[in-house]
Write a protein that binds this ligand. Structure first.
Ligand code: PLP
Length: 436
């Protein structure tokens, strides 16, 4: 072997790391993963309470999915998207079967961000209108169009971004932007959307994009009436509803999709992450039959070299089979119910906990300085030394989770069992004493 290949490569010398000040990057080399655990090159084992980036729903190295990828690679590694592709055909049929009944066709992309990019384009072509409504506390991806419709501060660096984005306030019940309480609020946050639509001219608005449950901005679980009202308002003004199911899809909330919790049918659904647990990059834009029919005699000006990549589609088919055969979504629901109980106890045990919330295995602990005033432990878009220390101590004890601002997220792989969930939650409980 060439001696140069044997030398350890310092990745920092060659790689630009995402979302990082490069000089501060000090990556831990991960060499192995299995189930809900992964190992670094020093042999330390970590339990994954974040499913990496909330994508690894079936855990690391699921044998069925690895086998499907290998078999597909031996048959056909790549084919241009204009050709027929059996893996893509079967996957599209499966997606249509598991999504709401109005959904009839899929366009394939390579990530959640470009699924949202294409959803925006499709909404504009279909409606002939341009503006997009999005919420402030939302994230839809890092590419130009997707970051433009995100309200998340990650957009700041890319601004001024796309024109025609209208932002509205969020259904964040713990910190209601209208200072009201559910149910006496009469869902003012949805009525606010109606008002903004009127101010902006409904005839200029193509779509509203929402995460059915907000993910990386703090797990906001809107009341059912909110989602139903938003659906009605969109219908009233001829505005398409795009449900970004990139995080909420594929069992994360204990249902196949976030919209299933609300009984609504979006016009467009975008998916990625859990569709194949991220084993091979894949994104999906699923559209209603009305939209699909529209493109029967019109050009769909969308396409990517890797659209419907056979390896990614084969991985997704096998992943969906695993969800079905192994009762993974049922497990997510059962473990989600347990998570609710653990979270209630955590709220009782710690005065630093302002709110806890979860839908299935999509949960969050919100930390405050003072329960009465609800002053956050650290500001929106800010950091705090104590949150960093909690994260570090948990990491040192072998628990990996996602902490952002004053939120501790709980999103383990959907295959987690009761004992593992309890072990992780006990560690979180212990560390919160550092804040009380
Ligand atoms: N939409 C949501 C709701 C997300 O949480 C994310 C990523 O975290 C994206 C879109 C972007 O997905 P990707 O990183 O695959 O482009």
């Amino acid at each position: 072997m060439d001696i140069r290949q044997q030398q350890h490569v310092n990745e920092r010398d060659y790689v630009l790391f995402p979302w990082s000040v490069q000089s501060k990057v000090n990556p831990i080399n991960i060499v192995k993963g299995e189930g809900i655990y992964f190992w670094d090159d020093k042999g330390n084992r970590y339990m994954d309470f974040a499913s990496q980036l909330v994508n690894l729903n079936i855990g690391f190295n699921h044998p069925k999915v690895i086998k499907a990828i290998k078999e597909q690679a031996e048959k056909l590694c790549y084919i241009a998207p204009s050709f027929g592709n059996e893996a893509r055909a079967k996957l599209a049929k499966k997606i249509v079967e598991i999504t709401p009944s109005n959904i009839s066709k899929c366009f394939f992309t390579t990530s959640g961000a470009d699924a949202n990019e294409n959803a925006i384009k499709i909404a504009r072509f279909f409606t002939g209108k341009q503006k997009i409504i999005a919420r402030y506390r939302s994230y839809h991806g890092a590419t130009f169009g997707a970051i433009s419709v995100s309200g998340d501060p990650r957009r700041f660096a890319a601004e001024p971004a796309l024109n025609g984005i209208i932002r509205v306030l969020d259904p964040y019940c713990y910190r209601c932007p209208f200072d009201k309480e559910y149910p006496q609020c009469h869902i003012e946050c949805a009525e606010h959307v109606r008002e903004i639509i009127q101010f902006e001219n409904p005839d200029s608005i193509a779509a509203m994009i929402i995460e059915p449950i907000t993910g990386s901005n703090g797990i906001f679980i809107p009341p059912v009436e909110y989602m139903k009202r938003i659906r009605e308002i969109c219908d009233e003004y001829g505005i398409l509803l795009i449900a970004d199911e990139v995080m909420t899809g594929f069992g994360r909330t204990g249902e196949w999709f976030g919209v299933n919790l609300y009984g609504i049918e979006p016009d467009i659904m975008t998916m990625a992450k859990g569709c194949n647990s991220g084993y091979v990059p894949l994104g999906i834009v699923a559209v209603s039959s009305k939209i699909a029919e529209y493109f029967e005699d019109k050009m769909l000006y969308c396409g990517l070299t890797y659209s419907g990549h056979p390896l990614a589609c084969a991985a997704a088919l096998a992943t969906i089979e695993a969800y079905e055969e192994e009762g993974i979504i049922e497990n997510a629901r059962a473990m989600g119910n347990l998570l609710t109980e653990y979270l209630k106890k955590i709220k009782m045990n710690h005065i630093c906990v302002g709110d806890v919330r979860n839908a299935g295995l999509f949960g969050c602990i919100e930390l405050v300085k003072d329960r009465k005033t609800k002053e956050p432990l650290c500001p929106w878009n800010g950091s705090s030394a104590i949150m960093d220390r909690i994260k570090e101590e948990l990491w040192n004890e072998g628990l990996y989770l996602y902490i952002r601002w004053n939120y501790i997220f709980l999103a383990p792989p959907l295959i987690i069992n009761q004992q593992q969930l309890e072990e992780g939650m006990k560690l979180v409980d212990e560390k919160l004493h550092m804040v009380d």
